[in-house]
Unconditional design. Structure first.
Ligand code: HEC
Length: 353
C-alpha cells in the first residue's frame, strides 16, 4: 500500500467525527507480514492489525497481566519512566525487530512486522492522525455534538445537556450543540447509549418486581417467547397471559390495554405516550426514569419517546464524559457509553395510586 493512500485514508476518516473504522494500515494490517511467537512464525499481517491490540484510538489498554502501551505519535515521541523517546529510526526498529529505544527486547506479545520504507512512513502518518481524529469534537472548554434541527430527539438531548452544563460539566468542559464542524453526530451518541439504557432500566424493573414479591407477570416485550421465558426463569418469575401485573419494555411490543392492568412496571422510553391513559384507569405505574422533571417534560413534548431517548442519551453522554477522564477522546467516550457499569442516573419512580 502506498503511503499516500494510507495518509489519504487517515485524513478522510471520519470527517464528521462519526465512529467509523478508517482503512489505513494501522487498522487493517493489509499488505504486511507479521512475525509472531518471538520471531519464528510468519503470518498474514491482516490478522494482526495494530488497532486490534493498541486500540482504535491508539491509547493501548491493560489486558489481564499484559499492558499494551499507547502508540499515538505524541505518546511514542515523549520519554516515559520506562524508556527514552522514540524517533522514526527507533520506531522502525521496534516494529521490525522488536527492540525498544533503550535496546530492550519487546515482549513476544508484540508481533514483528516486515514493512518497507513507504509502509513505515505511512504508519507513522497514521499514528499522527489517530490522535487528531480521535480528539476532533473536543475543544478545551466543550465537547461538540451536531444534530439535524428536525431530529425530534434534539429537544430532550438539549435539556439534558443544559442540566449537565449547569452542574459544571466535566473537567471544565460542557456539551455544546453546534450546527456543523468537527463534532459527534447525535445519532452516534444515541445509537451507542440507547441499548445500554434499555438493558439498565429492564434490570432495575426486574429487581423491583422481585422485591415487591410478584411471581406471575405478563411481559409485554419485543423478545421472542423463548427469550422472554428464559429471562423470567432466571429471576424465578413465570409468565401469565392473564396476569394483571405487567412489565412493559422494548418499544416494538404493543401497549397493554389499560383495563387489563393493575400494576405496570415500565421503561419511560417506551411507556411515555400511554401514561395518561394508564393513570386515568387508576393503574399504579412504576417507571424507570431519570427523574420526575424529565417525565413532565416528556409528557408535554409532541413526541414523548423521542424526547426521552434524547434526554437519556444526553445524560449518558455526561456520565461517559465524566467517567472517561480529562484527556479522553472519542473512542474512550464510546467505550464508556456502551459500558453498563457507568452510572446512568435512572431509578424507579412510582406514579399514580
Ligand atoms: C497482538 C497484539 C499487538 C499487535 C497486533 C501490535 N502490538 Fe504493538 N505492542 C503489543 C504489546 C503487548 C506491547 C508491549 C511490549 C513490551 O513492552 O514488551 C507492544 C509495544 C509496541 C510498541 C512499543 C511501545 C513502547 O512504549 O515502547 C510499539 C511502537 C508498537 N507496539 C507498535 C505497534 C504497531 C505499529 C503495530 C501494528 C503494525 C502493533 N504494535 C501491533 C501488542 C501488539
Amino acid at each position: 500500500m502506498a503511503w499516500r493512500h494510507v495518509l489519504a485514508a487517515a485524513l478522510l476518516a471520519s470527517p464528521s467525527g462519526a465512529w467509523e473504522v478508517p482503512d489505513s494500515l494501522y487498522f487493517t494490517g493489509q499488505g504486511t507480514t507479521a512475525v509472531i511467537a518471538a520471531g519464528t512464525v510468519p503470518a498474514d499481517g491482516s490478522r494482526f492489525a495494530c488497532a486490534g491490540c493498541h486500540g482504535a484510538d491508539g491509547q493501548g489498554k491493560a489486558e489481564g497481566a499484559t499492558t499494551i502501551p499507547p502508540v499515538t505519535w505524541d505518546a511514542l515521541t515523549a520519554p516515559t519512566g520506562l524508556r527514552p523517546a522514540y524517533d522514526a529510526t527507533s520506531f522502525a526498529r521496534a516494529v521490525q525487530s522488536g527492540v525498544g529505544p533503550d535496546g530492550r527486547a519487546l515482549s513476544a506479545g508484540m508481533p514483528r512486522y516486515m514493512l518497507d520504507d513507504a509502509q513505515l512512513t505511512g504508519l507513522i502518518e497514521s499514528l499522527k492522525q489517530l490522535q487528531a481524529i480521535d480528539r476532533k469534537a473536543f475543544g478545551p472548554r466543550d465537547l461538540r455534538v451536531t444534530a439535524d434541527v428536525n431530529d425530534p430527539r434534539l429537544r430532550g438531548f438539549a435539556d439534558a445537556a443544559r442540566a449537565f452544563n449547569d452542574q459544571g460539566g466535566a473537567y471544565g468542559r460542557s456539551v455544546a450543540i453546534v450546527k456543523e464542524g468537527d463534532a459527534l453526530a447525535l445519532d452516534d451518541v444515541t445509537g451507542a447509549a440507547l441499548g445500554v439504557l434499555a438493558a439498565t432500566s429492564e434490570a432495575l424493573l426486574f429487581d423491583h418486581i422481585v422485591a415487591d414479591g410478584h411471581r406471575r407477570i405478563r411481559w409485554q416485550t419485543a423478545l421472542s417467547s423463548a427469550e422472554r421465558d428464559f429471562h423470567l426463569r432466571q429471576r424465578g418469575l413465570l409468565h401469565g397471559d392473564g396476569a394483571r401485573v405487567v412489565l412493559w419494555t422494548r418499544g416494538s411490543a404493543a401497549p397493554p390495554p389499560p383495563e387489563t392492568v393493575d400494576i405496570l412496571y415500565a421503561d419511560l422510553a417506551v411507556a411515555a405516550p400511554s401514561l395518561g391513559a394508564m393513570l386515568e384507569r387508576s393503574v399504579t405505574v412504576y417507571l424507570a426514569s431519570p427523574d420526575a422533571a424529565v417525565l413532565d417534560a416528556a409528557l408535554r413534548d409532541p413526541q414523548p419517546i423521542s424526547y426521552v431517548e434524547g434526554y437519556l442519551s444526553g445524560l449518558a453522554l455526561g456520565a461517559a464524559l465524566t467517567a472517561a477522564g480529562r484527556s479522553a477522546g472519542q473512542e474512550a467516550l464510546r467505550r464508556r457509553l456502551q459500558d453498563k457499569t457507568v452510572a446512568f442516573p435512572i431509578s424507579v419512580l412510582r406514579i399514580g395510586d
